[in-house]
Design a protein around this ligand. Structure first.
Ligand code: ADP
Ligand code: MG
Length: 315
C-alpha cells in the first residue's frame, strides 16, 4: 500500500515521511504522512503549488489557513501546522483515515435512513458551530469535502449472547473497515478553500463598521449561511438515494434546474424513503433563502429528532 519510492520530496518538509498520495486538486496534492520524530503520528499534508497561483489565489490559501486556525470541533478537520517553502505551501492536517464520504456512497450505492441521519447530524453539528459560534460559512459542502475516521469495530445489534455459555462471544461483531450497521465513524468537514468569515464572533455583528452596515450586507450574511443549508440538503438527498438532486450533462441546463429548484423524488429510488425524510430534504432544497430551513429548524425536525436507541450508533 505504501508507495514511498514514487513520492516526491519537498524542501522544508523533511520532518514528514510521505506514505501515499490520498487526493489531488487543481493546485494541490494531499499525502498521508508520518512524523519522523514520532511525536505526532500520522497526518495529512496538503501541498499547494504556489507558482501556479495568482496573488489573490495565494491570499486565499492564507485565508483558508487563518480560518482553520480558529476552529476546534470534533466534526471539523484540525489544522496541525502551516509552513511554506519558495514554491509550496504545506498545510498539515489531522488525518481522516476513511477518506471521502463520496467513495462510501459509490461503494454502497446509497445509505439507509439511519446511516444517513448519523452522517448528516454530524455535518450539521459542524455547521452549527461554524455559523453560530465562529461566524464562518463553508460554501463548499459536498461529499468530496466530507471525510471520516472509521470505527474499527462494529458491535452486533444484539450483543447479549443467547446461550450464557457463549458469554465470551458477547463482543462478537462485524469488522467492516469504515462502515457497519451502526455507523460510519466520525465525519469531519474538510476544505475551507472557499470559506469566509461573515460576522465577527467577538462582537456578534456583521464584519465591518457597526452602525454603518448596509441592509444588503446584513442580509448577505444570512444568505451565505443558507448557502450551506442548501448544500446540506443536496448531501442528504444524495446519501438517501445515491444520486444528486440536480444533474444534467449540459451546464446551462443544470444551472437553470438549480435556479428553479427543479428536482424530484424520483421513482422507484425514492419510493421506500420515509415521508419525514423527504419533508426535511424539501425544506432544505427551498429556492427562497428566507424560507429555507436554518440549522436550528433542521435540528428540530422530526426525522432528525427520531432517536431510536437501537439504531443510534455510539459516537
Ligand atoms: P481541494 O481544494 O483541492 O479540493 P481538499 O482540501 O478538498 O483540496 O483536499 C483534496 C482531497 O484530499 C480531499 O477531497 C480528500 O480526498 C483528501 N484529503 C484532504 N484532507 C484530508 C485529510 N485531512 N485526511 C484525509 N484525506 C484528506
Ligand atoms: Mg475539496
Amino acid at each position: 500500500r505504501e508507495s514511498r519510492g514514487k513520492l516526491p520530496r519537498y524542501p522544508g518538509l523533511e520532518r514528514w515521511i510521505l506514505l501515499e498520495k490520498m487526493g489531488d486538486g487543481a493546485f494541490s496534492n494531499v499525502y498521508r504522512a508520518k512524523d519522523s520524530l514520532g511525536e505526532l503520528g500520522e497526518v495529512a499534508i496538503k501541498v499547494v503549488r504556489k507558482y501556479e497561483l495568482s496573488s489573490s489565489q495565494r491570499a486565499n490559501i492564507l485565508k483558508e489557513v487563518q480560518i482553520m486556525r480558529q476552529l476546534n470541533h470534533p466534526n471539523i478537520v484540525k489544522l496541525i501546522s502551516f509552513s511554506e517553502s519558495k514554491s509550496y505551501y504545506y498545510i498539515i492536517l489531522e488525518l481522516c483515515q476513511g477518506g471521502e464520504l463520496f467513495h462510501q456512497i459509490v461503494r454502497l450505492t446509497y445509505f439507509s435512513e439511519d446511516l444517513s441521519r448519523h452522517v448528516i447530524v454530524q455535518v450539521a453539528e459542524a455547521l452549527r458551530y461554524l455559523h453560530e459560534e465562529k461566524g464562518v460559512v463553508h460554501r463548499d459542502i459536498k461529499p468530496e469535502n466530507l471525510l471520516f475516521d472509521p470505527i474499527p469495530f462494529i458491535p452486533t445489534k444484539n450483543p447479549k449472547p443467547k446461550n450464557p455459555n457463549d458469554e465470551d462471544k458477547a463482543d462478537e461483531g462485524e469488522f467492516i473497515p469504515g462502515l457497519g450497521a451502526g455507523g460510519i465513524g466520525r465525519i469531519k468537514i474538510a476544505d475551507f478553500g472557499l470559506s469566509k468569515v461573515v460576522w465577527d464572533s467577538v462582537t456578534m455583528t456583521p464584519c465591518g463598521t457597526v452602525g454603518y452596515t448596509a441592509p444588503e450586507i446584513v442580509k448577505d450574511e444570512r444568505y451565505s449561511k443558507s448557502v450551506d443549508m442548501w448544500a446540506l440538503g443536496c448531501v442528504l438527498y444524495t446519501l438517501l438515494c445515491g444520486f444528486p438532486p440536480f444533474y444534467d450533462e449540459s451546464i446551462s441546463v443544470l444551472t437553470e434546474k438549480v435556479a428553479r429548484g427543479q428536482y424530484t423524488f424520483l421513482s422507484p429510488w425514492w419510493d421506500d424513503i420515509s415521508k419525514p425524510a423527504q419533508d426535511l430534504v424539501s425544506h432544505l432544497l427551498t429556492v427562497d433563502p428566507d424560507a429555507r430551513y436554518t440549522i436550528e429548524q433542521f435540528m428540530a425536525h422530526p426525522w432528525i429528532r427520531n432517536t431510536d436507541e437501537e439504531t443510534q450508533p455510539a459516537p
